[in-house]
Design a protein around this ligand. Structure first.
Ligand code: BEZ
Ligand code: FE
Length: 303
């Protein structure tokens, strides 16, 4: 039947899902149509604007490849990724806060022994990272696999570099907690960096006069049997983008004060070659199960 009254149009589209067997799908489609129609009504969307939106989404799809997910990036800069994270982690009960996985996780990392230097030949200010992993009551958790990764001094992840396949991983590794729930490693101090802006998401960032920066951070992904996987970052206190992260991923509890030290030895007793930074962070895991997040494949800026 034709719908001269546009409120009847919304009801008709909602009713068209009536026969859906999957009740969750039915509910999601009804809500999506309600929200989309409400948007068009409230904004009096013009044909031109509708066309631009279709063009933008088409190009977002075209920019996406097996190694680059422009739609997730769009979700990130619109705060949708953090909102999905929030509604799925409402009750933390004292567990460490979560944040976005990001596109630079490439799957299970190479295991390295405690104290290893994950920066190898990468230049930058030296940093020693020491962490402890416990349950909610503070009991140390032994044998927890902890993947870590972060950007270099120029703001790039290894997986963004053209020679990643031949050069292998850098500034990423897996550590396994000892009997006291500890892990520690050497690296360089990461810096703030821009998200990839050579696609439609970048155009949106520029058109809305936002900056594309993420504050400096180290990514952590913790996987322990009997506990929810923890996807999080530790942010470097004092970073100028902490209050305006382009993907809205900062939570106060995840900001850590990094100490500048001049001691001749690092916490594991090995000598320091000069001044160094100390990052200390303790993670608390929540009992449960859950599926470890799926990695993105290495991202190439031009992909
Ligand atoms: C990251 O922290 O690696 C990241 C997260 C979301 C979008 C882009 C980068
Ligand atoms: Fe990152």
């Amino acid at each position: 039947m034709p719908h001269s009254d546009d409120s009847k149009l919304t009801a008709a589209v909602v009713a068209s899902f009536q026969e859906t067997n999957d009740l969750r799908l039915k509910f999601l489609m009804e809500e999506l149509v309600g929200a989309l129609h409400g948007f068009v009504r409230r904004t009096n969307l013009s044909f031109e604007e509708w066309g631009s939106a279709i063009d933008f989404l088409t190009r977002t799809g075209q920019k996406s490849t097996v190694t680059r997910q422009e739609f997730i990036l769009l979700s990130d800069v619109l705060g949708v990724s953090m909102l999905v994270d929030a509604v799925n982690h409402r009750e933390r009960s004292g567990a460490t806060e979560t944040t976005v996985l990001g596109p630079f996780y490439v799957g299970e990392h190479k295991p390295l022994p405690h104290g290893a230097d994950i920066s190898e030949t990468v230049e930058g200010e030296r940093m020693f990272v020491q962490c402890r992993v416990t349950d909610l009551a503070g009991k140390p958790l032994k044998g927890v696999a902890v993947d870590v990764w972060h950007a270099d001094d120029d703001g790039f992840y290894d997986s963004q570099k053209p020679d990643y396949a031949s050069d292998g991983p850098s500034l990423r590794a897996r550590f396994t907690t000892d009997a006291e729930g500890r892990l520690f490693f050497r690296t360089i101090l990461p810096c703030s960096y821009p998200i990839p802006i050579d696609g439609p998401v970048g155009e949106l960032i520029l058109a809305t006069r936002r900056h594309p920066m993420r504050p400096a951070h180290v990514h952590f992904l913790l996987n322990a049997k009997g506990y929810e996987p923890l996807v999080t970052h530790v942010f470097i206190d004092g970073d100028k983008y902490l209050d305006s992260d382009v993907v809205f991923g900062v939570k106060q509890e995840l900001v850590s004060r990094i100490e500048l030290r001049s001691d001749a030895v690092m916490p594991d007793g090995l000598p320091a070659a000069g001044p160094w930074h100390l990052m200390t962070y303790d993670f608390r895991l929540k009992p449960g199960k859950g599926v470890a997040p799926k990695p993105m494949l290495p991202v190439s800026v031009d992909a």
